[in-house]
Ligand binder design. Structure first.
Ligand code: G3P
Length: 220
């Protein structure tokens, strides 16, 4: 499973990239707003992310009509070669995805909650499909069960083009562990979760013991 960072924060992206594991970045309007981003700086900000991360960088459209989504998507895709246009799953979004895919532009269909939505996104030409996990948990449903079903369904078919499932709306370590066991292609995680994923108390304890023993070696 590849790790994407779900953020628009440049320092977080730089740090994760320095760890050598950053395969991509996903942003959305809420994440950009969280950084205090302005409309005037949006395109430049996406370009800055694309300079730090050479993997796919999802930038989301906010239009609701197919022609407007396509126009927005074409503009976003022109910002850098690794921009992926993020489009919500909805009829107008599917139509826009078809058109963008036909123009050779990679699309990540987002706000995906069901098996049919994922299948339809893939059929429309999406390169990535992003099922949301945590938002199901928020409404007391089992987000991981939904994710597992969606991955099984997607693996049943050949869509005639590469399609990768991005486990999104990831809130904690267990989401990531389960996504990997289920065979999600990618997990897009907030930086706070990524930091927790690299840690384990036994690693810390083991390191302490090694360092203490090394002191003995140095003094021997
Ligand atoms: O990239 C979109 C997704 O990951 C959103 O997560 O935490 O707002 O449900 P969240």
């Amino acid at each position: 499973m590849k790790f994407f960072l779900d953020t628009a924060n440049l320092r977080e992206i730089e740090e994760a990239a320095s760890w050598g594991l950053l395969a991509g970045v996903t942003t959305n309007p809420s994440l950009y707003a969280r950084e205090g981003g302005s409309l005037a700086d949006f395109h430049a900000h996406i370009q800055r992310i694309c300079e730090i991360c050479d993997g796919p960088v999802s930038a989301e459209t906010v239009s609701l009509k197919r022609d407007d989504i396509v126009a927005e998507g074409v503009e976003l895709a022109a910002l850098a070669p690794n921009v992926v246009v993020k489009v919500p799953v909805m009829p107008e979004g599917l139509a826009a995805t078809k058109s963008l895919a036909e123009q050779g532009i990679d699309v990540n269909m987002t706000l995906c909650f069901t098996v049919p939505q994922a299948l339809m996104a893939a059929r429309a030409g999406a390169r990535y499909v992003s099922p949301f996990v945590g938002r199901f948990d928020d409404i007391s449903e089992d987000g991981l069960e939904h994710l597992g079903n969606l991955i099984v369904a997607m693996n049943n078919y050949d869509f005639g083009h590469p399609v990768e499932v991005i486990a999104a709306s990831v809130r904690h370590n267990q989401h990531v562990v389960a996504a990997a066991l289920m065979g999600a292609d990618i997990a897009t995680v907030p930086f706070g979760v990524l930091e927790k994923l690299v840690k384990h108390p036994l690693t810390d304890r083991g390191l302490e013991a090694f360092l203490a023993d090394w002191e003995k070696v140095k003094n021997a």
